[in-house]
Design a protein around this ligand. Sequence first.
Ligand code: FES
Length: 227
Amino acid sequence: MSVGTSRTPQEYEILTGGGAEAAEMQRKGLTRRQVLRRAVGITLGVAALEGTYGALTMLYPNLTGQFGSAITLSPKEKYVASGQREVALDQKGIFYESKAKAYIMHLNDVQFLMSGTKLQVFLNSESWTKDADGTYWLALYQVCVHLGCKVPYRDDCDSFKCPCHGSHYNVDGEYLDGPAPRSLDRFSLSFQSGNVVVDTGKLNQHVERPDPTTRMLPVPPQPCSAA
Ligand code: FES
């Protein structure tokens, strides 16, 4: 059977019972070796592209909405503000958000130990967010900056106390005592369409241990025993 050059590979296959490869060879005047070389080249090219895509996916994973990216939490109303001494975990003042691995602090009537330009500088450098109603917010990363244990908030201490080696942090994450080298790390916090948004891809790890001239909030008066 003769093969017309106008037939497609699929037509040829039906007419002759042969393969599309033979039709393509016939149509383009290629040798079998040339066709095989092209097939191998295409296969290797596809494999290389898949490998490159896989590597890029590992390096730049799609974290949208997951830890490591900006996470939209609940509406602001959930996080009821309180004074520094009236905080009750998950009821007012401090709320744990497992999705963001963070404590959301929301304080009103804040009695800062500094004022003016100095206060503003510290608010900025320590990732505080001031709301339009005059309250203050923070998103504190749950990890102890000593050796990485999860730090619980203790209502009985008005502060965070690490169960591993006793590092102790004020309600705003400021270092109080213990082996921790600095205050708790914090994420940037903002508001979007009435919701609280914590950017877990931006961690502020530069809040030093305060001294009496740089401390922002009063120290809780009561001692805090080991858990
Ligand atoms: S890990 Fe928290 S004090 Fe050591």
